[in-house]
Design a protein around this ligand. Structure first.
Ligand SMILES: C[S@@+](CC[C@H](N)C(=O)[O-])C[C@H]1O[C@@H](n2cnc3c(N)ncnc32)[C@H](O)[C@@H]1O
Length: 438
């Protein structure tokens, strides 16, 4: 593998490339690193390679010409990458892909970055090595080189060790132990000393799943998992049990009608069932079904009773468990009061809204909504009860949005079509809030 690195600081690489495995791989001819300094290609008599940014602002920007001239001299460039915080993340999958190449060219930025036209005109692939900003692309290029080089055949002592590491199976790796058996009264797990390959493999897989759940839960969405993995994850105790602080409220008034006017919408059997089923699945504290119409509350109560203590509940005990979470109330105030009684303190009221603006009053100007990100609401759940309010009809009326502590970021969809059923929105939002949160 031949790496060509374009850098204003070639000396940066001297140490890292002349020790440990990288040095051995270079000596063995497995990798070769050429360093090219764009300053050598500057036409400026002071050898400047940067200038002030158009549009103003602090710092300097690297000019495209010296970098383009430097790139033109690379004899065997292979895939050409620019290291930048705005690039695609460097993942193990990308490292594997890049390790198949014979050559890679890495462009290191400095200052505020590189003139965008260089990336466009040269078709450079932007890659980022982490969500933190470094002084320059050199440390990032080193990260990429190490990640790729160690996957080049022959680099590692035992070929398979690269397959058993963090991220190789989309998960974080299990913890490692060596001698002594007891260190500061902490023992090496018994299974690892058992000598049973099957038990050790199971322990490692589960430790890997658990670590990923605890530290990088988002990876679980993309990792290839089997039924045993899912069974294990499902059985993991969630110490914080955040769902027990989360209450849903389905408001049938005041909600908007087709014409955008506040009004009242009828109950639907499906909404009641599905809001309760979502709540039971995620172990929420309760579902408040709010309507000011007395006959509708009676109807709702009959439905709840039928599916809990009545014939429906006896025939479908699973459904009864879910519908037991449901409770008819008159409106938002009663819902808040009930949650306050249950939780011992007033909940944060979090509204949901698929629109991006609303008009607070007839003669008032349309107001853009400042949405609160889901992780902020998840943070509240650790301290306080939260009442997540969803609207039927065409969504919650401005009066409800106005009195809420927050309006949570909506489910965006992919087009202007914006009519997710409230049950589906509830399921998606609850999963975003609680999903794999421990
Ligand atoms: C100080 S940074 C520029 C940061 C830039 N103004 C921004 O906010 O995105 C200078 C150079 O360091 C490199 N760099 C910094 N952080 C990086 C990261 N996380 N991944 C890849 N390259 C990075 C890039 O080459 C970048 O052009």
């Amino acid at each position: 593998m031949r790496f060509t690195v374009l850098t204003l600081f070639p000396e940066f690489f001297a140490g890292p490339l002349s020790c440990a495995q990288m040095a051995r791989a270079r000596e063995a001819g497995l990798i070769d690193v050429a360093l090219v300094n764009p300053r050598d290609f500057s036409n400026n008599r002071h050898q400047h390679v940067d200038d002030r940014p158009y549009g103003g602002g602090p710092g300097m920007v690297m000019q495209p010409e010296p970098l383009a001239s430097a790139l033109a001299t690379v004899p065997e460039p292979g895939r050409r990458i620019v290291l930048t915080p705005s690039g695609a993340p460097l993942t193990q999958a990308l490292a594997r892909e890049l390790a198949q190449e014979n050559a890679l060219t890495l462009v290191c930025g400095r200052y505020e970055g590189i003139d965008e036209r260089l990336l466009e005109s040269e078709g450079l692939e932007p890659v980022c090595v982490g969500q933190a900003v470094l002084n320059g692309g050199e440390a990032a290029a080193l990260c990429l080189m190490e990640a790729v080089a160690r996957l080049v055949p022959g680099f590692m002592g035992k070929e398979e060790s690269g397959f058993d590491e963090s991220f190789s199976a989309g998960l974080i790796e299990y913890p490692h132990y060596t001698r002594p058996e007891v260190y500061q009264s902490l023992e090496v797990p018994e299974t690892l000393r058992s000598g049973s390959h099957a038990r050790i493999a199971k322990w490692r897989r589960e430790a890997s799943l658990l670590r990923t759940l605890e530290r990088r839960p988002e990876l679980l969405q993309e990792a290839p998992l089997d039924g045993a993995d899912y069974n294990f994850l499902r059985a993991v105790e969630k110490p914080a049990a955040l769902g027990r602080s989360l209450f849903l409220c389905l408001l049938h008034h005041p909600v908007l009608d087709k014409a955008g006017k506040p009004g009242t919408v009828s109950l639907t059997n499906l909404d009641i069932h599905d809001m309760c089923r979502v709540s039971r699945t995620y172990e929420l504290a309760g579902v408040l079904l709010a309507t000011p119409l007395e006959d509708q509350r009676e109807l709702g109560q009959r439905l709840l009773t039928h599916w809990t203590d009545g014939a429906g509940g006896r025939a479908n005990p699973d459904r009864a468990q879910a519908l037991r979470l449901g409770r008819m109330v008159q409106g938002l105030d009663e819902a808040i009061g009930w949650v306050t009684g249950q939780a011992g303190r007033a909940p944060k009221v979090v509204a949901t809204c698929a629109r991006t603006s609303y008009r607070p009053g007839r003669s008032r100007k349309e107001r853009l909504i400042a949405f609160t990100p889901v992780p902020t609401v998840r943070g509240w759940l650790r301290e306080d009860p939260v009442l997540l309010v969803l609207g039927t009809g065409h969504g919650l009326a401005p009066a409800v949005l106005e009195r809420a502590d927050a309006i949570v970021s909506p489910v965006r969809g992919f087009s202007a079509y914006n009519h997710l059923p409230v049950r589906a929105a509830a399921a998606i939002l609850v999963d975003r809030l609680l999903g794999d949160a421990l």
